[in-house]
Design a protein around this ligand. Structure first.
Ligand code: CMP
Length: 448
């Protein structure tokens, strides 16, 4: 019989892994508590135990039916899957699954029963693999990687503290500190957890101290572990927090470098202010990313697709592209280069030689005469300019000044010419608009 295999990246598998992870964590919390407090198997605990067993059994079955990914190749042969699983987690999974305690529930074996409960913790080792699960879950797009690392770190510390606290209860016996009455399980646990935290963080007030050799040994081990964990945490948390938002920290670094340079070269304060404002805009409008540089490493086909996606909105905004040929749009999109202009910048200056034209994605520009005292037109999102000099090989017929921050897309003359050559109807439309504009210019200049 040919049973279909489950894909490791499928939604079902990811959710299943997350679910087993949650169950494992629950077991890690509950199993040691049952042992150290000699808890009776109440109906709730029994139900939990049954749920755990069923989950782990099902998980073993699912593992036998999940395809493998080896060097980005999907392996679906049941034989290969089984061989791999039998050699890796299988034994631990089975040990964790068998509900030993059910077999030894006779009172005579009570202590053995208790020890065997720890077999459930065999799954704990699998938690080390949880990063992989969580990474996969990340692909479902609901987790930030740095946040995830922080979460995992805290999680591991809590798990370790919990196990150490349970160990302390096991060898210490209940209620050393909370005197005056017989301590409840909750109070004993709280005291043990308090002791664990003070010892692990190397604070160790000395209010709860060892008195028997086994306790001394335990304390020594926990203190040494604490010292190691503490150093590890300090190093990691600083790193993780710095990386919580990689884009932001890189951007901040860049701005600080520029800032130092501006101060070192005594750039005028007003210019510095404009530069800062530009960076603010860069952050607000595109999180500081410079698209063209960022995509440089990608292979051409991927680069093309990303460019296509990124520049799509401009195509929707520019009316002359609305009904244009698909291949024409493709050619244009792939050759557009995003540029930003700050308020007051001259995008085009009257009389210069023109090598490119511009499409406005966002912002507003004024088309003026050389002196800037006559405004022929104000162009906004979806308009284009700079085509006359390219079409007629003349100098720029007007000055174009950014009124506010402008997100423009630049198209170079070479691409423009080759596009006009290949798409005559498009060339016609652009030529007509250029002619109208020239006429308007002529009229205004005559009036002027
Ligand atoms: P170009 O001459 O290359 O550079 C200045 C640009 O301003 C010009 O191309 C046109 O794109 C644009 N322009 C000139 N006159 C007008 C107008 N009357 N209305 C809109 N845009 C204009």
């Amino acid at each position: 019989m040919n049973i279909p295999v489950i894909k490791p990246e499928s939604r079902f598998k990811i959710f299943w892994e997350l679910y087993t992870l949650i169950v494992t964590v629950a077991v890690t919390i509950v199993a040691p508590l049952i042992v150290v407090f000699r808890l009776q198997l109440t109906p709730a605990l029994l139900a939990f135990d049954i749920l755990v067993t069923c989950t782990f059994v099902l998980d073993i079955l699912i593992q036998f039916n999940t395809a493998l990914v080896v060097r980005h190749q999907l392996i679906t042969s049941h034989r290969a899957i089984a061989r791999r699983y039998l050699r890796s987690w299988f034994v631990l999974d089975v040990i964790a699954t068998i509900p030993f305690t059910w077999f030894f529930s006779a009172i005579r074996y009570a202590s053995l029963n208790r020890v065997l409960r720890f077999t459930r913790l065999a799954r704990l080792f699998k938690l080390f693999g949880s990063t992989k699960t969580l990474n996969r879950a990340r692909k479902l797009n609901f987790l930030n990687p740095a946040f995830m690392r922080l979460f995992l770190l805290v999680f591991w510390i809590l798990v370790a503290a919990h196990l150490i606290a349970c160990g302390w209860i096991l060898i210490d016996g209940p209620g050393q500190y909370m005197s005056g009455h017989t301590a409840t399980n909750g109070e004993v646990y709280l005291e043990a957890f308090y002791w664990t935290v003070t010892t692990l963080t190397t604070i160790g007030y000395g209010d709860i101290t060892p008195s028997e050799p086994i306790q001394f040994i335990y304390v020594i081990i926990v203190m040494l572990t604490g010292a190691a964990i503490y150093g590890f945490i300090i190093g990691n948390i600083a790193n993780i927090i710095a990386n919580l938002d990689v884009a932001k920290s890189q951007f901040r670094e860049k701005v600080e470098t520029v800032d130092t340079f501006l101060k070192y070269r005594s750039i005028p304060a007003s210019l510095q202010k404009r530069i800062h404002e530009y960076y603010d805009y860069l952050w607000e409008s595109r999180r500081g990313y410079e698209e063209s540089k960022l995509l440089m490493d990608l292979p051409t086909s991927l680069k093309t697709q990303v460019a296509f996606f990124l520049n799509q909105d401009i195509i929707e905004k520019v009316p002359i592209f609305k009904n244009a040929d698909k291949t024409l749009i493709r050619d244009v999109i792939l050759n557009l280069k995003p540029v930003i202009y700050t308020p007051g910048d001259n995008v085009i200056s009257y009389g210069e030689i023109g090598y490119e034209m511009y499409f406005i994605s966002q912002g507003e520009v004024d088309v003026t005469n050389e002196a800037g005292n006559i405004t022929y037109a104000t162009l906004t999102s979806g308009h284009f300019f700079g085509e006359i000099a390219l079409l007629l090989s003349t100098r720029r017929t007007a000055t174009v000044k950014a009124k506010v921050y402008c997100d423009l897309y630049m198209l170079d003359k070479e691409t423009f010419d080759s596009i006009l050559e290949r798409y005559p109807s498009f060339a016609e439309e652009v030529a007509q608009l250029a002619e109208t504009r020239r006429r308007e210019l002529g009229l205004s200049q005559e009036e002027g």
